[in-house]
Design a protein around this ligand. Sequence first.
Ligand SMILES: Cc1cc2nc3c(=O)[nH]c(=O)nc-3n(C[C@H](O)[C@H](O)[C@H](O)COP(=O)(O)OP(=O)(O)OC[C@H]3O[C@@H](n4cnc5c(N)ncnc54)[C@H](O)[C@@H]3O)c2cc1C
Length: 435
Amino acid sequence: MLASTFLIVCLSIYLVSSALDVLIGARQPMPDQSFDIVVIGGGIVGLATALQFGRAFPKLRLLLVEKEDRVARHQSGHNSGVIHSGIYYKPGSLKAKLCVEGAAAMEAFCREYGIPVEICGKIIVATSAEEIPRLQGLLERGQANGILGLKMLDKVQAREIEPQCGGLAWLHVPTTGITDYVAVCAKYAELIGAQGGSVSVGTEVKGISRGNGETVVETTRGSIGTKYLINCAGLHSDRVSRLAGEKTEVTIVPFRGEYYDLVPEREHLVRGLIYPVPDLRFPFLGVHFTRRVSGGVDAGPNAVLAFKREGYRRTDFSLQDMADTFAYGGFWHMAAKYWRSGAGEFYRSFHKPAFVRALQTLLPDVVSADLVADGSGVRATAVARDGSLVDDFKFMCSQNVLHVWNVVSPAATASLPIGREIVRMASSGFGLASG
Ligand SMILES: Cc1cc2nc3c(=O)[nH]c(=O)nc-3n(C[C@H](O)[C@H](O)[C@H](O)COP(=O)(O)OP(=O)(O)OC[C@H]3O[C@@H](n4cnc5c(N)ncnc54)[C@H](O)[C@@H]3O)c2cc1C
């Protein structure tokens, strides 16, 4: 008798609560916390975006979530540390505009907050007759982008700057610099906190549901309700977009860039930065020499297809990541167009003498024994359905969610104006009034 009464009471409670759910349309569970803006991704772009949002909208409650135990664990902590001048990018593109502006802003930011920075300049070297007109083309592009101080050099002038460099023609870019982007990210995170925002590390986004005016983000630390959501998830930005129900126009294909280090006794061979003339069909610059702001000289990075989105070793492999790449038609279109360059990159990756030969065109005296394998980084390269590599930075705003795709190099350099640009797009897309 007691048991049947208990059962009837339980059943009634269940029926009443289900009926209420239907009546008030409460399909989404109540989130554990609520914010006005949530930014996904604690790389340099997500952090700069959160920083700029806090500056523009100080009253909004802002949270940045990062799945790793600290910020800058992926692209932003595995790059060359170069403050690019903006010479490579198509005049009028966002990349060109935001890089030129970003380079000046990055130098000023580093100086203001005591982050190591050095404007050491760079030499771009044409190593064959065929590259000389392309080098001239870069000079014109750089001038069109408003970069100051560009100058073609003769051999004597080039050797005054980089005494050991080889080549046939040289372009000097005096405004290129170097910094420590991990330190920049740490400072962005600190400033976000000082402005009243929060950064929650160890918080992975697993699901996104969009309801009436509110988006609920399911994370490994509970659910978060937010009015506005910005997806800056880098190598996972396409997946996070799909979690939010978007049909993505691009898929992220990971390309690993591997570095060697010049041994300390040979670091004197390089004073600043020595780069080849790049093939502008690709968003990669070709292997080069880069002095690190903390000391040491890197050689690389190459660009090989990675078998894992966050895989930093050649042996790293993820079945899901590979399945996503190989199931994507755009990947096969890209492979059909560029298989020759891709095969060359693989060969150089597994065959050190080939890597060294590419470097010797810039620095004839370097030999295999001067180079020891160092770390790597993985680029989040957005590939369109037709197999083209998306050239410019790419963003997509859909109702109250903004997705950031393809913020590849020079996005670290340009992070401050990229953040500001995202805030501008989001404010108009979301209908936010500043203040
Ligand atoms: C080898 C290499 C060399 C480069 N060299 C330069 C250079 O010299 N100069 C320059 O300006 N640029 C350079 N770049 C480019 C630059 O580093 C990147 O464009 C920039 O770091 C991108 O920042 P991001 O914030 O978009 O991505 P990331 O730094 O990758 O950050 C994305 C973050 O999102 C997090 N995340 C992903 N999914 C989730 C989820 N579900 N939940 C929560 N968090 C999530 C990730 O953990 C990650 O921390 C280089 C890049 C590479 C790879």
